[in-house]
Design a protein around this ligand. Structure first.
Ligand SMILES: Nc1ncnc2c1ncn2[C@@H]1O[C@H](COP(=O)(O)OP(=O)(O)OP(=O)(O)O)[C@@H](O)[C@H]1O
Ligand SMILES: CC(C)(CO)[C@@H](O)C(=O)NCCC(=O)O
Length: 316
């Protein structure tokens, strides 16, 4: 038995796909046509079984946990003689590049906003908090994109702290996979949501020394429930390559794209280029910075081939 297995057995309840899907209980799959179209539109490969078996039980669990958190806030307000305060519930989603964090986040957003107790669910990705391209280039960090030092952690902590404090109209920077840079003419406005889902490679990381600037806190201090999406590296590399091929036809073909030159590559050349980016940047980042944060998560979704979740680990 490996050390990781023992750790998992101590810390987590473990469910096979079938066992987990039974925990959906009474949550009906009454997605409206619009919701279905929305889920389909975000990803043609996403199967409805996956939504039913994996994400509906998860949405049921989260609803119960959020409900109990809302009740305990009421108790605290009574005890303190405060007038009721409303702070957003924060869910984080982390995992490797190309594991499907943003897809998972969008499915959860669609499912969670259907509950009347928390209709307003906003989604933010930490990609927007990468330093602007010029700054990364200047600091020789272009080949370290996604590593802890490539993010403006102070900006990210200030953002999450303002949202958690219940401030209205907090702005988050946006990232473009086309220009490979932070957008200069558009931001995202977060206005007192019931739930904020924050998605990114780095949301569970505590690797960088908390500097005085970052108020000595970690992003995870603000997170109420954390999810890690997991898969074997061989699969991740494959998914990264597949997405690279898709981008070659889509985003890279835009003349504004930072990677426009990649649009001319043959299939073989594109696969080799993606494999090289994986082996030199995203793979090492996974091993050094992302995977070590996995066991901090409240829930681990373990994916197998075709992005199908085959095991769920829930922290005791
Ligand atoms: N549940 C799923 N079913 C089928 N395909 C999926 C699923 N989740 C993700 N994918 C596919 O896997 C690839 C990566 O997904 P996604 O962009 O969500 O990953 P990510 O972890 O957010 O990546 P990054 O960190 O690079 O932004 C995409 O091509 C997406 O279509
Ligand atoms: C933007 C990040 C860091 C995270 O989503 C990632 O997609 C990325 O750009 N990584 C750098 C190497 C690459 O181009 O895949």
């Amino acid at each position: 038995m490996t050390a990781t297995n023992t750790l998992h057995q101590t810390l987590y309840f473990s469910f096979l796909r079938q066992q987990w899907s039974e925990l959906r209980n009474s949550v009906p799959l009454t997605l409206s046509e619009d919701e279905l179209a929305n889920l389909r539109g975000m990803n043609e490969q996403l199967s409805l079984d996956e939504v039913t078996d994996i994400y509906l039980p998860l949405s049921r669990l989260l609803n119960l946990i959020i409900d109990s958190k809302q009740q305990s806030s009421v108790v605290l307000d009574q005890f303190l003689n405060h007038k009721p305060t409303k702070t957003p519930y924060i869910i984080s989603i982390s995992g490797s590049v190309a594991v499907g964090k943003s897809t998972t986040a969008r499915i959860l957003q669609t499912l969670l906003q259907r509950w009347p107790e928390h209709p307003k669910v906003e989604l933010v990705t930490t990609d927007g908090f990468l330093y602007p391209l010029a700054e990364l280039t200047h600091n020789n960090l272009l080949k370290r994109k996604g590593f802890p030092e490539s993010y403006d952690m102070k900006m990210l902590i200030d953002f999450i702290s303002a949202v958690k404090a219940g401030e209205p109209n907090v702005s988050a920077p946006l990232y473009s996979h086309v220009t490979y840079d932070r957008l200069t003419d558009e931001v995202q406005n977060i206005n007192q949501p019931d739930i904020l889902i924050i998605e990114g490679l780095n949301v569970l990381q505590t690797a960088l020394d908390p500097s005085p600037e970052s108020k000595s806190s970690f992003l995870s201090d603000y997170v109420d429930f954390s999810i890690y999406v997991d898969a074997e590296e061989s699969l991740l590399k494959e998914w990264y390559q597949q997405r690279f091929l898709k981008f070659r036809q889509g985003a890279f073909s835009d003349p504004k794209s930072f990677f426009h030159h990649y649009s001319q590559l043959s299939d073989d050349e594109a696969n080799a280029t993606a494999a090289n980016i994986w082996d030199t940047i995203n793979g090492p980042n996974l091993q050094t910075n992302i995977k070590p944060s996995r066991e901090r998560a409240n829930l681990i979704l373990k994916k197998a081939a075709n992005h199908l979740v085959d095991r769920v680990l829930l922290r005791k």
